[in-house]
Design a protein around this ligand. Structure first.
Ligand SMILES: *Cc1c(COP(=O)(O)O)cnc(C)c1O
Length: 431
């Protein structure tokens, strides 16, 4: 067993001063049990914890670290930038450079506003859609995560009801009532809502590849159908690409599936490991944002020069020729290794992958929506997670997350992961 005594000591201190001992819930290991690990440093594909244990990392800070941790070019640029200033609260050239880079990489984005997190991006995009259309209601999909804004903390109500029921105390039912729920990969569930509320729907927000109920890919034609219906009904189509943006392709999932939304929300990779979010899209809509237009949205630290610099350097590096091909090859190798293990062990579990996002579901049925994801055996996942941790592989401490590879994951790390996966699955099977 790995020694986690210092992590344990720190956690005991942390729970006294922070709710649950953490600053974001899933970090607390509640769904896999045991004690959260406290980290000291990270380099490339590797994490080092406070007890000196090392792990191959597949969380990547939940997505941002596509280059691997502490990439020398990014670190160098941060050193340089920090010698100039850490914040102005006034315009700086690097903001334009990052905005231009985003617009170059994601063609549906004609103008962009920088914020500090993915949550801020989605909340702002919804306000903009409401301000632009003069309508109130929003369609979201069960199992899609858009940050912790009130309008989004809503999941499936029971049975036939499609009215939102708050997922958390503190979300006013009046706000939940304006959130309509549809089912991922079920365009008919959207058509029904549009028929029921023909003049009231401001926006439809969707993760074009759903990465927060495990990893669920859109079926053929699903995103196209959303585009068609929203266009016909004057509904603003928002692709939440906080996770998939710059991850599945330079232009995000919208370029892979060739569907252009009206607005896109970004986060994670856009900050290169520093806190950045962004929302952008059609000029005609974005010009409604203050001070160009009347929809208010602001931020003391928005466009922070350090954060802009880390994002810009990251986007430049991932734009180099061959970057995504290389990441695809590594990810395909890991995916094939895991599938071969499942076959050898006679465990026909369902897996999904797009580019460097992968998921191993502890269910035998294909997972196409939230209902399917919920069929997973989360206890088995917890056991698998602990077995992998013991073998030096750090996975997300919850079933309903994707694993992320980075450019720093080499053949050696991938082979080591495949070997650990075999042993861990075997241990889970033979429990
Ligand atoms: C992570 C995530 C968010 C929230 O971003 P934060 O930076 O954590 O606020 C929103 N949408 C999607 C799709 C995400 O994956």
């Amino acid at each position: 067993m790995l020694d986690h005594s210092r992590s344990k000591d720190l956690y005991a201190k942390a729970v006294n001063v922070m709710p649950g001992g953490v600053n974001s819930p899933v970090r607390a290991f509640r769904s896999v049990g045991g004690n959260p690990i406290f980290f000291q440093s990270a380099k490339g594909a590797w994490l080092t914890d406070v007890d000196g244990n090392r792990y191959i990392d597949y969380v990547g800070s939940w997505g941002p670290m596509i280059l691997g941790h502490s990439h020398p070019t990014v670190i160098q640029s941060l050193w340089k930038e920090s010698r100039m200033a850490t914040s102005f609260g006034a315009p700086a050239e690097v903001e334009i450079e990052l905005a231009e880079k985003v617009i170059e990489m994601v063609p549906s984005i004609e103008m962009v506003r920088m914020v500090n997190s993915g949550t801020e991006a989605t909340m702002s995009a919804i306000r903009l859609a409401r301000g632009y259309t003069g309508r109130q209601k929003v369609i979201k999909f069960a199992g899609c995560y858009h940050g912790h804004g009130d309008s989004f903390l809503i999941q499936a109500g029971s049975g036939a009801t499609t009215l939102g029921v708050p997922n958390s105390p503190g979300v006013p039912p009046s706000i939940a009532a304006d959130t309509l729920l549809a089912d991922f990969n079920d365009s008919e569930s959207v058509a029904r809502l549009v028929r029921e509320h023909p003049q009231d729907i401001a926006a439809l927000i969707v993760e074009p590849v759903a990465g927060n109920m495990g990893l669920v890919l859109p079926e053929d034609g699903f995103l196209q159908a959303l585009r068609r219906m929203t266009e016909e009904s004057g509904i603003v189509l928002i692709f939440d690409e906080v996770m998939t943006g710059f991850r599945v392709a330079p232009g995000g999932a919208q370029s892979v599936y060739d569907v252009a939304p009206d607005l896109t929300t970004l986060g994670k990779i856009i900050g290169g490991g520093l806190p950045v979010g962004a929302y952008g899209g059609k000029r005609e809509i974005m010009e409604h944002v203050a001070p160009a237009g009347p929809v208010y949205q602001a931020g003391t630290l928005s466009g922070n020069p350090l954060a802009m610099r880390a994002g810009l350097e990251t986007l430049r590096l991932i734009s180099e020729p061959g970057f995504y091909e290389n990441l695809e090859a590594k990810s395909a190798k890991l995916d094939a290794g895991i599938k071969a293990n499942l076959e050898k062990l006679d465990m026909p579990l369902y897996t999904s992958r797009i580019g460097s996002m992968l998921c191993l579901f502890f269910t035998r049925e294909p997972v196409l929506d939230y209902e399917g994801a919920k069929r997973c055996d989360t206890e088995q996942y917890a056991a698998y997670f602990q077995e992998m941790l013991q073998r030096g592989v750090y996975l997300a401490p919850a079933q309903f997350e994707a694993a992320f590879l980075s450019a720093a994951h080499g053949d050696e790390e991938i082979e080591q992961t495949i070997a650990a996966n075999y042993e861990a699955l075997k241990a889970v099977r033979d429990r």
